[in-house]
Design a protein around this ligand. Sequence first.
Ligand SMILES: *[C@@H]1O[C@H](CO)[C@@H](O)[C@H](O)[C@H]1NC(C)=O
Ligand SMILES: *[C@@H]1O[C@H](CO)[C@@H](O)[C@H](O)[C@H]1NC(C)=O
Ligand SMILES: *[C@@H]1O[C@H](CO)[C@@H](O)[C@H](O)[C@H]1NC(C)=O
Ligand SMILES: *[C@@H]1O[C@H](CO)[C@@H](O)[C@H](O)[C@H]1NC(C)=O
Ligand SMILES: *[C@@H]1O[C@H](CO)[C@@H](O)[C@H](O)[C@H]1NC(C)=O
Ligand SMILES: *[C@@H]1O[C@H](CO)[C@@H](O)[C@H](O)[C@H]1NC(C)=O
Ligand SMILES: CC(=O)N[C@H]1CO[C@H](CO)[C@@H](O)[C@@H]1O
Length: 282
Amino acid sequence: MGKKISGSAKSIQLLLLLCFSLSNFLDLAYADPCKSCSDNSPFKNNLEILMSYLRSNASVSKLYNTSTGNDLDRIYAQYMCLNYATHDECSTCIKVASQTITRLCPGDKEAVVWEELCQLRYSSQNFSAHLDVSRNISQYIKKEVKNPAQFRLMVNETLDNLIEQASFNGSANMYATREVTTDTYTSYALAQCSADLSPYDCNTCLQVSRANISSCCDASRGVRVLSRSCYLWYEFYSFYEVAGALTVVVILGSFIYCLVKRNGIEKCSEVEGNTARIAGTL
Ligand SMILES: *[C@@H]1O[C@H](CO)[C@@H](O)[C@H](O)[C@H]1NC(C)=O
Ligand SMILES: *[C@@H]1O[C@H](CO)[C@@H](O)[C@H](O)[C@H]1NC(C)=O
Ligand SMILES: *[C@@H]1O[C@H](CO)[C@@H](O)[C@H](O)[C@H]1NC(C)=O
Ligand SMILES: *[C@@H]1O[C@H](CO)[C@@H](O)[C@H](O)[C@H]1NC(C)=O
Ligand SMILES: *[C@@H]1O[C@H](CO)[C@@H](O)[C@H](O)[C@H]1NC(C)=O
Ligand SMILES: *[C@@H]1O[C@H](CO)[C@@H](O)[C@H](O)[C@H]1NC(C)=O
Ligand SMILES: CC(=O)N[C@H]1CO[C@H](CO)[C@@H](O)[C@@H]1O
C-alpha cells in the first residue's frame, strides 16, 4: 500500500517535471547568420533519397551518416540517437524526425531537428567530424532547488566525472551516465557526443555546454543542453533507465532549425514543431 502511494507520487512528480520542461521548451528563441541555399529539385530528390537511407539504417544503428548527389546538389546527412534508446525507439524517432525536417524545411540548404530521443541533420557542407557548438539550445526547469549551494557542488562533481568518461574513456563510446546521491538529492546525468568527433572535440563540446549550464541555470532541478555535436543533461529521475522498460511515451516536441535562401533573399527560419505530447503511466 505504502509502495503504491509512493509509486504514484513519483509518477506525478515525473509528469510535473515534464510539464515544466515543456513550458521551457516553448520559451526558446534564437537566431543565427544565414547561409545561402539551393532549392532546386535535384537537391530535393537527393534529400528524399538520403532520408530514406537514414530511416532504414535507424533500425540497426544509433549513429549513421551518409551523403548523396553531385557537386552543387550534394547533401550530407547524419542522425544520432541517444544511446539509451532501443533500436525500435531510434527507428521511430528518425522516422518522425525525417518527416518533420522535410515538411518544415522544404528545399533548405541546412537543417537540424532535435526530438526527444534523437537528432537529425543535413547540410550541403560536409560536417562529418566537425565540432559545432555554435547553436546550442538549453532547456531547463525554472523551479530551483531549495539548497542551491549544495546542489551546485553536487552537479559540478557529477558533470566533471561524466564529461571525462564520455570524452576520454575509449570503451564508453562517447556516452556516459552517472547518478549522484547526497543527503537531500539524487541527480541523474547524461553526456553524449556525436561519435565521429575526436575525444578532444567531445570534451570541448561538453565543457561549452557545462559553461552554458552554470550561467543559465545550475540550480534548476533539471537541465538539458542540446547542440549539434553533443548532449549534456541532468534530471531528478533516471530518465535513461525509464525508456523502454516502462510504457512511458514522452515526446516533448521537436526543435527544428532551417537555413534558407529563397528568391535571392537570405532568411533565417526557425520553426518549432509544436507537437508536444505526453502519454503513458509510470
Ligand atoms: C544504410 O544506408 C546505405 C546508404 O548510405 C544503404 O546502402 C544501406 O542499404 C542502408 N542500410 C540498411 C540496413 O538499410
Ligand atoms: C561518415 O563519417 C565518417 C567519420 O567522420 C567519415 O569518415 C565519412 O566520410 C562519413 N561519410 C560520409 C558519406 O560523409
Ligand atoms: C567529410 O569530412 C570527413 C572529415 O573531414 C572526411 O574524413 C570525409 O572523407 C569527408 N567525406 C566526404 C564524402 O567527402
Ligand atoms: C545558453 O543557451 C541559451 C539558449 O541558447 C542562451 O539563451 C544562453 O545565453 C546561453 N548561455 C550562455 C552562457 O551561453
Ligand atoms: C566546479 O569544478 C571546477 C573544477 O572542475 C571548479 O573550478 C569550480 O570552482 C567548481 N564550481 C563550483 C560551484 O563548485
Ligand atoms: C570505461 O567505460 C567502460 C564502459 O562504460 C566501463 O566499464 C569502465 O569502467 C570505464 N573505465 C574507467 C577507467 O572508468
Ligand atoms: C546560441 C547559444 O546559446 N550559444 C551559446 C552556447 O554556449 C556557449 C558557451 O556557454 C555560449 O558562448 C554561446 O552563446
